[in-house]
Design a protein around this ligand. Structure first.
Ligand code: CAA
Length: 248
């Protein structure tokens, strides 16, 4: 059988690269989606580093906040590799601010990048998955979409919205072999949380019962599980992986 094809948006980032490696280890043809503001060098460097570690990860350029760019990205993958079997909607940003100071662009950028993109990318792949009678859509949300977070009205709204999307689409595609699930990572040790001021970050760490920030691999393991062919009875759910920071 030819390899199943997995696209990971934000695939060259902290959590994304761990997901790419895990899915490659699982035997998929992995494609790392990237944008980086059009800076291709960063993605090429990532690809070289992966190759040095023995991973054959393909790259696909696309701005997930633009419909046309998402369409071109997916069409290019179909041309070069075939239809996408596994989509991991992992790309996202933060623009933290308390609501009283939040600017319109901080709201728009986060909603577009973290939520609207999930609609665009899923929309681009879902009809092929339905036609193939198989698909796995995995949306990377956040603990802060579950509990809310001071300074993240935009991000918490986008990440919570992602799970509503998961539950709606899961119902629409369930009878055709396609599952849709959310993973809600807690605070994972990547550059994203290093942007949080140290004092606040340390306070957050103290509130994590396992006593540490998560590792990107902690999330990649969950993706691997949900992406598996044998996970076909799990759909429309949310898997929290947060070190016990939020239990509900
Ligand atoms: N709860 C209640 N009050 C709080 C508070 C909290 N958690 N934190 C601060 N305050 C209070 C302050 O004491 C201060 O009060 P006074 O005005 O009475 O002095 C006031 O709120 C400060 O409000 P400001 O609007 O001035 O806030 P700021 O500009 O100083 O800081 C912020 C805002 C930059 C968002 C900062 O709070 C922050 O960085 N918070 C962390 C946000 C966060 O967790 N981001 C996660 C990024 S990683 C990620 O998102 C990945 C993932 O999925 C987990």
């Amino acid at each position: 059988m030819t390899k199943r094809i997995a696209l990971v948006t934000g695939g060259t980032g902290g959590i994304g690269s761990a997901i790419c490696k895990q899915l490659a280890d699982d035997g998929y043809q992995v494609i790392a989606g990237y944008y980086s503001g059009g800076k291709h060098e960063k993605a090429q460097k990532f690809q070289e580093e992966m190759a040095e570690q023995g991973y054959n990860i393909a790259l696909a350029f696309g701005n997930i906040t633009e419909w046309d760019s998402c369409e071109a990205c997916v069409e290019g993958i179909k041309r070069d590799f075939g239809t996408i079997d596994i989509l991991v909607n992992n790309g996202g940003i933060t623009r933290d601010s308390t609501l009283r100071k939040m600017k319109q662009d901080q709201w728009d950028d986060v909603i577009n990048t973290d939520l609207t993109s999930v609609f665009y990318m899923t929309r681009m792949v879902v009809n092929d998955m339905l036609a193939n009678g198989y698909g796995r859509i995995i949306n990377i949300s956040s603990v802060n979409g579950e509990k809310g977070q001071f300074g993240q009205a935009n991000y918490s709204a986008a990440k919570a919205g992602m799970h509503g999307f998961t539950k709606a689409v899961a119902q629409e595609v369930a009878s055709k072999g396609v599952t849709v699930n959310t993973i809600s990572p807690g605070y994972i040790a990547t550059s994203m949380i290093m942007e949080v001021p140290e004092e606040i970050r340390e306070g957050i760490r103290k509130g994590i019962p396992v006593g540490r920030f998560g590792k990107p691999e902690d999330i990649a393991r969950v993706v691997s599980f949900l992406a598996h062919e044998d996970a076909g009875f799990i759909t429309g759910t949310n898997v929290s992986a947060n070190g016990g920071q939020y239990m509900h």
